[in-house]
Design a binder for this molecule. Structure first.
Ligand SMILES: [Zn+2]
Length: 84
């Protein structure tokens, strides 16, 4: 898996695109590697990553059009920018 990730990182200069590819790879790998889907264990690691830095809410189900800096809400980023 690590080799694939480094390959994707090299091939993908766009962070947004990179995040999407890594997420797809992650779910693909998890799906391949486990017979029984361990939802709880999966969620804690996965959701920990997909958290907005500004409001602390999970962003794994947020559409990419509404995300900024990879895992933050675009809305939260814009609000922060506006307040500066
Ligand atoms: Zn947010």
């Amino acid at each position: 898996m690590d080799k694939t990730i480094s390959q994707i990182v090299k091939d993908t200069p766009n962070d947004m695109e990179l995040g999407k590819k890594i997420r797809e790879l992650y779910w693909h790998t998890m799906g391949m590697g486990t017979n029984s889907f361990q939802e709880e264990e999966l969620d804690s690691t996965y959701l920990e990553h997909w958290t907005c830095d500004h409001c602390g809410k999970h962003t794994h189900e947020v559409d990419y059009d509404y995300l900024a800096n990879g895992t933050n809400h675009l809305e939260c980023e814009l609000r922060l920018e506006a307040s500066q």
